[in-house]
Write a new protein. Structure first.
Length: 229
């Protein structure tokens, strides 16, 4: 029994934190990481959702908390850790710039939890979560009003293509976003920004386009929030 107590006492002296503090710090970092990932899931928009990114947010909060406890009050450990981490190369590309903010929030939550600043950690995550939910609910910063992205391939060129009449029949407004000719110049791939008329079934638009001569590969993508084309 004495050897166990001596072990924990030695750990407390070496790492500044006792066993109870270590468990508390890691536990709070885990809970805050879960909250951050859940807020990210609720507020996410677009086509780049990733389950692995949600797990990463939780892992980052816990790992950073552990790292902060390893460093403790030792400047030498901090420099040693920087040197050790410098050999790691990260190649993952962040598709959405907002995802970077969530990574930084997980980092901050882990740092605050690892240093025992519980009030700062909880308050910071709660405040940022409230901001994220509020901005999400009001759709802050939205400028792109498109409802659908319409893509299809056409053959040849006509003075008044039939697909224009079909699009105008179902769409309140449409705008050509992208035109990509094929290598043989016989077909072209078109991308339209389409705002549908009220109470119109979008599937009927795609069906009628697909039935036109010279039109193929019709794809209609809902893009009320974000879409890459």
């Amino acid at each position: 029994m004495n050897s166990v107590e001596q072990f924990f006492e030695a750990e407390k002296i070496a790492a500044v934190y006792g066993p109870a503090e270590i468990l508390m710090n890691i536990g709070i970092a885990f809970i805050l990481g879960m909250i951050i990932s859940h807020v990210y899931k609720i507020t996410h928009r677009g086509l780049s959702y990733s389950q692995s990114f949600m797990l990463t947010l939780v892992f980052v909060a816990v790992i950073v908390s552990i790292v902060m406890m390893v460093i403790g009050n030792s400047l030498a450990r901090a420099f040693a850790l920087v040197g050790a981490l410098s050999i790691i190369r990260f190649r993952t590309v962040v598709k959405d710039t907002k995802d970077t903010a969530y990574v930084f929030l997980s980092l901050a939550a882990g740092m605050a939890s690892g240093t025992g600043s519980y009030f700062l950690a909880v308050t910071g995550v709660a405040f940022m979560s409230a901001i994220a939910m509020m901005l999400h609910s009001v759709n802050y910063g939205s400028l792109y009003k498109s409802e659908f992205i319409l893509r299809f391939r056409v053959r040849g060129g006509e003075p008044q293509p039939a697909y224009i009449d079909v699009i105008n029949q179902f769409a309140k407004s449409s705008q050509l976003l992208h035109l990509e000719p094929s290598g043989d110049r016989e077909t072209s791939k078109l991308t339209f920004d389409v705002v549908m008329k009220k109470d119109v079934d979008p599937s009927k638009l795609s069906d009628q386009l697909a039935n036109l001569d010279g039109v193929s590969e019709v794809v209609l993508v809902a893009s009320k929030h974000d879409a890459d084309y």
